[in-house]
Write a new protein. Sequence first.
Length: 351
Amino acid sequence: MSLDIKILQADKSKIDQVDFSNFSFGSVFTDHMFECDYINGKWQNPRILPYQSISIEPSASVFHYGQAIFEGMKTYKDSNDEIWLFRPKENFDRFNKSSVRLAIPEFPEELFFDALKKLLNLDKEWVKKDEGSALYVRPFVIGNEYAIQASPSKNYKFMIICAPATPYYKGKVKVLIADKYSRAASGGIGFAKAAGNYAGQFYPTNLAKKKGFQQIIWTDSNQHKYLEEAGTMNVFFRIGEKLITAPTTDTILDGVTRKSIIQIAKDLGIHVDVRRITVDEIKEASRNNSLKEIFGTGTAAIVSEISEFEHKDELFTLPEIDDSYAKKLKESLVNIQTNKVEDPHNWRYKV
């Protein structure tokens, strides 16, 4: 699908007003945004505009029936000032997979990448080269038919906004293993990047924070026996010299960073088991000192090491390891993302 994108540039950039050494992730946005509407059965009127408020009626279906999905990806600038995305086709495919599950029309691939390139080239000065810096890219779509009818919206708005990014989690995190609340249920929408998935986990996460933990490792909704995800991340466990992570199911997000870490681990000769793993197995491994590491992976955090976990009021502390898998894998991945090393799997996408 080829549609001409209309571009209205901002009169003046607001980049000089931003202190890039002191801001919160996801709170500052670039000069431009992309919009496209689904009306009368087709996507139309694609345009890039200065970042601004949008007008929407209170009867918009998204407010009442929750048709909203999103993606997250990062843009990096290398030492030659070239701009790179990391595996954006994976994000695009997952975006449309999420759309299908929430009865949202799929977005055209050619238009998606055309919009990305034009938007990122307009705002390329916002992509910084500092260590740990990137530009976070957030495509999303909402149902915006103005009618409170319990059925799929007839109209939709697709948008892309961008935000400069710094490290999401600084330092190691403490996590609580869930034994009551669930992130997703079998047969549900846990595999989709649905906005409601995140709303549902805020309350139990707040309870965990009151106990001194930053995140939750979610367990299966039926028995709370099997480990699934860590907060907004996929999760890996190192027992001995093996790396273990849960298989993707309809309750676990198919993380782009997750599958990249699995491949890099294999490239480095690290044995990876993709299998279900129980809470009891992890607790026993910690007791007999074979549990070496736990870390989460995701677009925002990349790799986030876990220092402690608690389950049913029993606290377990992970050992300090200088040459950890987490550090080694993160460094390898970031070097590929920032064009510092060869890209054997052709993951980089030049903007």
